[in-house]
Design a protein around this ligand. Structure first.
Ligand code: ZN
Length: 406
């Protein structure tokens, strides 16, 4: 058994190496002196950690660098071929798998759609087939795979790697870490997809230097990830951020969670599509929009956005309604959390030019003056990749901390 003193030293080393890795991730190329300056660690600690990382093939020395603090030094950077990571997103109707190198460059990607009524086991096996392909690609390039991050649209027990409840998939109590860990023999991290989206933006996206922001994920439903002081806010048992289930209308439509009038039933893409279909059906006779050739049931959310952009009034007002309802919810969240930024990811991106003006007007009206002062609301540029990039981020984050433990 470990003595307390050894355990303490180990935890200090963990924290220190994590500081060094994160400084390298954010500021490379960077000299040892600059690393010491940024991390506030002393030079010999930096040297020890860096030496281990170089031996392990994680860090490389570049040419001499003119240091920002005066002294020239050898520039250090993470080695892109230091390892590979797999990011997986099991969404409603699709599976996305990417393979990245050690600095999160995407090396390989695959996206497959599946009908939402497929049995769970079939969907999981399909995901595993795709992961096999990613592994084969990494092997061909002689990259060692460090781990796998898995995103799902539901409540996750992160400690156990267990998907507790995903209303839009109809799944409950799925031991994903156990299943994927046994199959692939590598560390497996499971997280809620919106939390991953937030981490994706924090590490690789528009929020790299933003320590307080809210990420809103719109896939089929609506999820959220809240970053406070540079850390994902998890709440007591890790379930924080279920913003889609804030009740905004007690008499509203029934939600996947069983209650009525959740925010998701107002602005979730599936709910919006449903309402557009109903309006079209109710709109019989000569006013029926001419783009509906056959069954309105076959309409997709992407088509609704497309028609809205082309000027169709019914679809356009549906999107404007999204802007207003989204804005009201964001105003409430902003009044609570006072974020520097709100990032909207996922399905609304193509409709941003219609949604954003309405959204900004509503936020301006509904947010406390002091809170809205420096608030920025933007649409994620990562679009569909934000969540899988977040899956890569949690693996790198955790693996990198452990690496210099030797
Ligand atoms: Zn709900």
């Amino acid at each position: 058994m470990q003595s307390n003193q050894t355990a303490d030293q180990e935890s200090v080393r963990r924290v220190n190496s994590s500081l060094v890795m994160n400084a390298l991730r954010l500021h490379a190329p960077i000299s040892r002196a600059e690393l010491a300056n940024i991390t506030k660690l002393n030079r010999s600690t930096i040297s020890n950690i860096v030496n281990i990382l170089i031996e392990d093939g994680m860090v490389l020395e570049l040419d001499t660098l003119e240091s920002k603090i005066g002294r020239p030094g050898i520039a250090l950077a993470l080695r892109p071929d230091g390892g590979a990571v797999i990011g997986v997103e099991i969404g409603v109707g699709f599976i996305r798998v990417i393979l990245t190198d050690f600095v999160a460059n995407i090396l390989w990607r695959e996206l497959v759609d599946y009908p939402t009524d497929k049995p769970q086991i079939e969907i999981l096996l399909k995901a595993q087939d795709l992961i096999d392909e990613a592994i084969a690609f990494a092997n061909k390039k002689q990259l060692r795979i460090l781990g796998m991050g898995l995103g799902v649209p539901g409540l996750v027990d992160v400690q156990k790697g267990l998907l507790l409840f995903a209303p839009n998939l109809g799944w409950q109590d799925v031991p994903l870490r156990l299943m994927f860990g046994q199959r692939f023999h590598m560390p497996v991290y499971v997280e809620n997809e919106a939390n991953l989206g937030a981490l994706g933006e924090y590490y690789f996206g528009v929020c790299r230097n933003v320590d307080n922001f809210i990420y809103i994920s719109s896939g089929v439903g609506l999820g959220g990830g809240v970053i406070i002081n540079g850390k994902l806010f998890k709440g007591g048992r890790g379930f924080a951020g279920e913003i889609g289930h804030i009740q905004r209308d007690p008499q509203g439509e029934r939600c996947g969670c069983g209650r009525r009038g959740c925010w998701e039933t107002q602005v979730g893409p599936r709910a919006v599509l449903q309402r557009v279909k109903q309006s079209i059906k109710a709109n019989t006779g000569q006013t029926k929009p001419n783009y509906i050739q056959g069954d309105p049931e076959k309409l997709t959310f992407e088509q609704v956005v497309d028609y809205a952009l082309k000027g169709d009034q019914l679809c356009r007002s549906a999107m404007e309604q999204v802007g207003e309802n989204l804005g009201r919810g964001i105003a409430d969240l902003s009044n609570i959390f006072n974020p520097q930024m709100v990032v909207i990811g996922g399905a609304f991106y193509p409709a941003r030019e219609i949604i954003l003006p309405v959204l900004e007007r509503t936020i301006a009206n509904e947010t406390l003056p002091a809170v809205k002062q420096d608030l920025r609301v933007i649409f994620s540029e990562h679009g569909a990749d934000a969540n899988v990039l977040g899956a890569i981020a949690i693996v790198l984050d955790d693996i990198l901390r452990g690496i210099a433990l030797v």
